[in-house]
Ligand binder design. Structure first.
Ligand SMILES: Cc1cc2nc3c(=O)[nH]c(=O)nc-3n(C[C@H](O)[C@H](O)[C@H](O)COP(=O)(O)O)c2cc1C
Length: 371
């Protein structure tokens, strides 16, 4: 009998965990810093996400699980009623336009500043090692993160509960699922890497101990959502914006974590393949080995263009491809990729902060610009 199987196609529908998606193009999480100082979105965000709803799956910008977890001014939160109400308008708009949207849950750990913390206390981290990065403050200036305080062993379950609360709030806001942000050198990644985790308790030392907290977080969120609506993002070989050192054995460490996560029956593993925002270049890291350790569905990201994306889905390298920077200036990215239309470049000075300019004013292909 002839094989009737249709080859995987970037534009064909599929199911990612329990989420039905209309195509394999995901919008990667993009911090745009346009919420208010209380972490509440305005109508502008509703329009921004609605414009991008033809993506098979939208992964929201990183969203704070608590004030303690915030490291950048004007980023949204998902831990109180006002934030839930604002996100609810976003999810309604995306659903009305036929899209799906998951909320990326974020705690920055040491990548914060006393000016962003309640009562100006020190940010928290696995160990008291100051980050050599830059973050945004409420007065729109940039600063080096403050010296963090190492979390006490008995405080960590409290942060797991903060994640659980945020997951509940995201359910109330009618998202389709959760992406746990365990990438880009933020809190969970700080625990995973031996370069930022020097603890000697049950959350430090061996790889089993260093992955305990991230696994506890994912388990708690899965209890709220069901594991098939929970994904995890990892970036094993990213040095953040500055120079957060890598783990001493990325393949072994993240492979071990992927295997543990795989046993939970999650919706997907989402990997930044390379240095985040760098090229999709060959590296020493074997992402297919990571994927095999996880054993479930896989979203690939970083430097993908149309050809790479088509090939990666066709060959079975990935179930979906997430596009980041391309989504800034191309709200109709899926339609453009379908016909091979040229992609517009985003204006970098409007990536973070500001209003509609460089946010909701990018035209769709073939439509007239407002200028
Ligand atoms: C403006 C901007 C904001 C970003 N914000 C986030 C974020 O909130 N969470 C996250 O995991 N990655 C974030 N990233 C990384 C992107 O999701 C993505 O990994 C990166 O841009 C590489 O993909 P690309 O080559 O398709 O752009 C951000 C990238 C950019 C350019």
């Amino acid at each position: 009998m002839m094989n009737q199987q249709v080859p995987n196609n970037l534009f064909s529908p599929t199911k990612i965990g329990a989420i039905d998606v209309s195509n394999r193009v995901a919008m990667a999480p993009l911090t745009r810093s346009r919420a208010d100082m209380e972490g509440v979105h305005s109508e502008l965000a509703v329009e921004y996400y609605r414009q991008r709803a033809s993506a098979g799956l939208i992964i929201t910008e990183a969203t704070n699980i608590s004030q303690e977890g915030r490291g950048y001014a004007f980023t949204p939160g998902i831990y109180n009623d006002a934030q839930i109400a604002a996100w609810r308008k976003v999810t309604d708009a995306v659903h009305e336009a036929g899209g799906k949207i998951v909320c990326q849950l974020w705690h920055v750990g040491r990548m914060s500043h006393v000016d962003l913390q309640e009562n100006n206390v020190a940010p928290v981290a696995p160990s008291a090692i100051q980050a050599d990065e830059l973050i945004f403050l409420p007065d729109q200036t940039q600063a080096r993160p403050s010296m963090p305080r190492a979390l006490e062993t008995d405080e960590i379950p409290r942060i797991v509960e903060d994640y659980r609360n945020a997951a509940r709030c995201a359910r109330d806001a009618n998202f389709d699922g959760i992406e746990v942000h365990a990438a880009n050198c933020y809190l969970l990644d700080q625990f995973i890497r031996d370069s930022t985790n020097r603890r000697t308790d049950k959350y430090g030392g061996s790889v089993e101990n260093r992955t305990r907290f991230p696994v506890d977080v994912v388990t708690a969120i899965s209890e709220i959502w069901g594991p098939d609506r929970v994904g995890v993002r990892l970036s094993p070989i990213t040095r953040a914006v500055g120079d957060t050192p890598l783990d001493s054995d990325p393949q072994g460490t993240y492979g071990y974590l992927a295997k543990r996560l795989g046993s939970l029956g999650l919706a997907y593993l989402h990997c930044v393949e390379g240095q985040t925002r760098g090229p999709n270049a060959a590296s020493n890291f074997d992402f297919m080995e990571l994927r095999a350790s996880f054993g479930g569905q896989y979203i690939a990201n970083n430097g993908y263009d149309r050809d790479l994306a088509v090939k990666a889905v066709h060959s079975g390298h990935a179930d979906m491809i997430a596009f980041g920077q391309a989504y800034i200036a191309n709200p109709d990215l899926v339609e453009r990729l379908k016909i091979g239309a040229p992609l517009a470049d985003g204006v970098k000075s409007t990536y973070y902060g500001g209003g509609a300019e460089g946010y909701t004013d990018y035209p769709t292909f073939g439509s007239k610009t407002s200028s």
